[in-house]
Ligand binder design. Structure first.
Ligand code: ARG
Length: 588
């Protein structure tokens, strides 16, 4: 049980003894640490049903709970608050228990769910952009958090490989290289084993054909035709498509590997292409599927919708499947084949309407029974200094690789400024700069609540002070080197004793709140809470380290306790940065 829940039990009992609901006993970390560690505001809400003043209720509750010797002080305050201070002995004991737990006191889910995290979401041929980066960073952290809680997690990037952009590319290649065997009428097999185009070709080609289709209806029609023929299985198109997907995936895999992100599945829209027809027939049973001007749609509007949802297009009049179609078939696959309990879609908030429609259709047609959670975990944009979605100076899409180079270069300068890693080999220095750059990038993203936009500021993100990834990484490295120095001097960690300095006590208290930080990030699908908490732990350690001179402390019992506190803080920080997906270099 977490400390907060334990306190809630104690206060719940106090309310219960007064004939009131236990629920009033909820306890929160104090907003005013000078008045107490925690506070309980239940008396304010309970006053009316209890038929007495909140103040007198607070007095009665404080009196009862105050009997508990785990508290140093329980005082009514203001109109009906109760301020709670733990006894130093109890606090140290509590942290000692967390410290001796193999899971470091981290929470575990009561019931295991199968959580599918849909994130990353790159598209064939279109280069990954910063939106995919946000999805990757947030999704990866959520996947790590759920797995750490003990859930079964399936990480699936839902690669965009089946939509109109594929037809556009096929048309583009055909226009340029019409003599390739892929386009020969009647040919069924015998296509070249290597790709006729490189990734560079693809990423040049895509913007060109996209622009052409936007301005020229004739070519747009040709692209749609090619999409349909691909989906219907024209052998040459399939063979060319396979090559494009392979070339593109190879580069995406390398990008994800560089980010330290792994997936369990590498499925795309096309993975479910073969189930679409059967799924549509199954959906027809709901009476929600209709024909509209030759197209197949699902009626998703419900009488009490504030703004009626428009019908969802399943199949265009030419028969082609769309983004929503493959998303629905993917839901069916995840529910029926994978046994998902909840699917989290970590996707740009601007796709909210898409997911609203898709989820509604999945419910109404029975593809997703209500026991299966479908959630769009939306996020805002990463902006440039001009406050608009981040782009290159020329206004183009920023490649992931370039972005990483950028933060790594800033990180290298910062390392030099701070006299770090100066005498290491060039290879190690490069590796450290890359890890610091990535840590900066990831933390810069996770430090803001996902729903908000934020400004990409490499200079600030790579700083070793302030709320940054490098500050956390450096914090972990510093604790490690402190422990190494202590070990070299034969100083051994000992039992935790009650705190004797304010910063030491504050650090213990912060550590005791770790389970809530993790659970909250999971329940709100918001790693930002964990990022914020991790920073608080790091700051708490810095203050403790400034106030308590561990290596020169004359009292061996106190020194041993401080070493244990330092070691435990280091272990907790290591666990937390891992949950944020941030790597820590061995040394700096
Ligand atoms: N490929 C899509 C895009 O780039 C994101 C995919 C998100 N996941 C999903 N199941 N729709 O916008």
């Amino acid at each position: 049980m977490s400390l907060i829940s334990l306190l809630g039990e104690v206060f719940g009992s106090a309310f219960e003894e007064l004939g009131l609901d236990r629920g009033y006993g909820k306890v929160f970390p104090s907003q005013r640490p000078e008045l107490g560690d925690f506070q309980c505001n239940g008396a304010l809400a309970a006053a009316r049903p209890a038929g007495q003043s909140a103040r007198s209720l607070a007095v009665a509750v404080a009196e009862r709970a105050g009997q508990d010797e785990r508290f140093g002080e329980v005082l009514p305050a203001g109109p009906g608050f109760v301020n709670i201070r733990l006894s130093d002995r109890f606090l140290a004991q509590w942290v000692a228990e967390m410290e001796s737990d193999p899971r470091l006191g981290a929470p575990r889910a009561d019931a295991v769910s199968h959580v599918v995290v849909d994130y990353g979401g790159p598209n064939v041929a279109k280069p990954m952009h910063v939106g995919h980066l946000r999805s990757t960073i947030i999704g990866d952290s959520l996947a790590r958090i759920f797995a750490h809680l003990g859930h079964r997690v399936t990480r699936d990037p839902h690669f965009g490989d089946w939509g109109t952009q594929m037809g556009m590319l096929i048309m583009g290649v055909q226009e340029r290289l019409p003599g390739l065997p892929y386009f020969e009428e009647g040919r069924q097999r015998g296509y070249p084993p290597e790709s006729p185009i490189s990734l560079e070709d693809l990423s040049e080609l895509y913007p060109e054909v996209a622009a052409a289709c936007a301005s020229d209806p004739e070519r747009a029609r040709a692209a749609r035709r090619a999409t349909l023929e691909l989906q219907e299985g024209r052998p040459g198109y399939r063979a060319l498509w396979e090559q494009m997907v392979r070339v593109s995936m190879e580069s995406q895999r390398a990008d994800f590997a560089r980010l330290g992100v792994e997936f369990d599945l590498w499925y795309g829209e096309s993975t479910v292409a073969d189930r679409v027809e059967k799924m549509i027939r199954r959906m027809e049973g709901s009476g929600r599927v209709t024909e509209s001007e030759g197209a197949t749609v699902v009626e998703v509007a419900e009488p009490d919708d504030e703004a009626p949802l428009p019908p969802l297009l399943l199949r265009k009049s030419d028969g082609a499947a769309l983004y929503a179609t493959t998303d629905l078939a993917t839901i069916e696959m995840r529910v029926d084949d994978l046994g998902a309990d909840v699917i989290l879609y970590v996707v740009d908030a601007r796709q909210a309407d898409h997911f609203r429609g898709v989820f509604r259709a999945a419910r109404l047609t029975g593809l997703a029974p209500c026991r299966v959670g479908l959630e769009h975990v939306g996020f805002g944009t990463m902006n440039g200094p001009d406050g608009r979605p981040f782009r290159t100076r020329e206004g183009g899409v920023v490649r992931l690789g370039e972005l990483i180079e950028m933060v790594a270069a800033s990180a290298r300068l910062r390392l030099e400024e701070n006299d770090l890693a100066g005498d290491y080999s060039p290879e190690e220095r490069d590796a450290i700069a890359e890890a610091v750059g990535l840590g900066a990038l990831k933390f810069g993203d996770l430090a803001t609540h996902r729903a908000s936009n934020y400004v990409f500021d490499p200079e600030r993100f790579v700083s070793f002070s302030g709320k940054t990834g490098p500050y956390l990484q450096y914090g972990v490295v510093r604790i490690r080197s402190l422990l190494a120095r202590a070990a070299a001097e034969n100083l051994a960690p000992g039992a935790l004793v009650p705190p004797s300095r304010p910063a030491e006590r504050a650090l213990m208290l912060t550590l005791a709140l770790m389970p809530e930080a993790i659970s909250r990030s999971a329940s709100e699908r918001a790693p930002h809470h964990l990022a914020e908490y991790t920073y608080r732990v790091a700051v708490g350690f810095t203050r403790f380290y400034d106030q308590c001179h561990i290596l020169s402390e004359p009292d061996p019992v106190r020194q041993g306790s401080w070493l244990t506190l330092a070691r435990y803080t280091g272990e907790v920080l290591t666990m937390l940065v891992e949950l944020l997906g941030i790597d820590v270099p061995e040394r700096m």
